[in-house]
Design a protein around this ligand. Structure first.
Ligand SMILES: *Cc1c(COP(=O)(O)O)cnc(C)c1O
Length: 237
């Protein structure tokens, strides 16, 4: 595959990703505009987020509670939407309940109950995706495919949460057809929920290296970091 020369500015990179999404929507018969771009800003500085905001990006994904709270507070921009996409520990759920619009990584009932209980009345219900560990990789979070329906039913019954769909973070695979097969499994799990009367509208799947395959299989939210912000600075904590 020939990739064009790397563009210089963040806004050019962002436009390139937008273009890639639009092209994939056309190519795979998706409704134009049906794929939302979540810009994953973890470990990138506030200045990079501000640059993306200036270029019209309003939806961001963050993985670490402390880091993201600082960014959200310092930016103080109420038109931004924040998606929590990291592993959520029980003792951090309260902050997430107060500052985020979405959590993509729910994999147990306990944390869902806490979030529902902690979600302020003045805010809209928290949008929730269940994270699925499609290949049952031992080091990864997420429920098994078999556990999805039961957890979905329990979350659907929680008053301050709104179950939106499923999320996956599959093992890296460079083969397009293999990427598609994996994402197709998440789509089918979502369809199984619909067959049981649990209607969702979200498939959170696809990152820098596999977003086109994800869009081909029905992604509604792609979570893209590197292609927008460049390589992540090393961990400092
Ligand atoms: C870091 C991260 C991403 C973004 O990955 P890139 O390869 O940089 O696009 C997407 N989803 C999750 C859950 C992540 O942790």
């Amino acid at each position: 595959m020939n990739s064009p020369p790397s563009p210089i500015t963040l806004s050019e990179r962002l436009n390139q990703v937008r273009e890639q999404i639009q092209q994939a929507e056309i190519k795979y018969g998706r409704t134009p505009g049906s794929v939302n771009l979540v810009a994953v800003s973890k470990r990138h500085p506030l200045s990079a987020i501000s640059e993306a905001v200036e270029a019209g990006q309003l939806t961001f994904g963050e993985n670490f509670v402390q880091e993201s709270l600082e960014k959200i507070t310092l930016l103080g921009n109420r038109s931004l939407k924040w998606h929590f996409i990291g592993h959520l520990q029980s003792n951090k759920s309260n902050e997430v309940a107060h500052h985020f619009d979405w959590v993509h990584t729910i994999d147990r009932e306990k944390i869902a109950r806490r979030l529902s209980g902690q979600r302020p009345e003045a805010m809209k219900p928290m949008n929730i995706c269940i994270q699925v560990n499609l290949d049952q990789e031992p080091n990864k979070s997420g429920v098994t495919p078999e556990e999805v329906p039961d957890l979905a039913e329990r979350i659907a019954g929680l008053p301050r949460l709104r179950l939106r769909g499923l999320m996956a973070l599959p093992a890296a695979n460079t083969l397009f057809q293999q990427q598609r097969l994996t994402f197709a499994r998440l789509r089918e799990l979502n369809q199984n929920l619909a067959d049981r009367g649990i209607i969702t509208d979200t498939l959170s799947m696809g990152m820098t290296s596999d977003l086109e395959a994800a869009i081909a299989e029905g992604a509604t939210h792609v979570r893209v970091g590197t292609a927008i912000f460049g390589p992540r600075p090393p961990k400092t904590d």
